[in-house]
Design a binder for this molecule. Structure first.
Ligand SMILES: [Zn+2]
Length: 145
């Protein structure tokens, strides 16, 4: 009983120490699993939508003159969505690399200089490299342009 409590304490202390510089291994693993899950989900969605896209490509357009306009529109939309999903996956993969070198979860804005991003934010935006504040500034900048 006592040994167990000591172990738990030891773990907790380690967690606190590491928190100041990086996320603990347990947490990195937790996020890694979440990210892998997300990549898997996105990839399955892409497969689904590209399978649909190929279907319309194979169909001879001569029989579908009336639907053509509509089809082009939805194809464009699909293309944009696909682009966004591919970008998203790319960012998630970068996040996996950061998990690998244990820099995941750190904010790279000049203000924070590697301080850890709020975990509530990390959980909602798994691939983020910036704290909320820095992200807001970025949005302001792009709006001004
Ligand atoms: Zn920051």
């Amino acid at each position: 009983m006592e040994a167990k409590a000591n172990n738990a304490n030891g773990h907790a202390v380690l967690d606190v120490v590491e928190k100041t510089t990086r996320l603990s291994d347990a947490k990195l693993l937790y996020y890694k699993e979440k990210i892998l899950e997300r990549i898997d989900k996105e990839k399955r969605q892409i497969k689904f939508s590209t399978a649909k896209g190929n279907d319309t490509n194979d169909t001879s357009p001569t029989f579908k003159v009336l639907e053509e306009g509509q089809e082009t529109q939805s194809k464009e939309l699909n293309g944009k969505l696909l682009q966004r999903q591919t970008n998203f996956i790319q960012h998630l993969e970068y996040a996996l690399i950061r998990i690998g070198n244990k820099t995941y979860g750190k904010c790279d804005c000049p203000k924070c200089q590697g301080r850890l991003i709020d975990e509530e934010r990390l959980k909602s935006v798994l691939h983020t490299t910036k704290c909320c504040e820095a992200k807001n500034e970025e949005v302001h900048k792009s709006l001004k342009r």
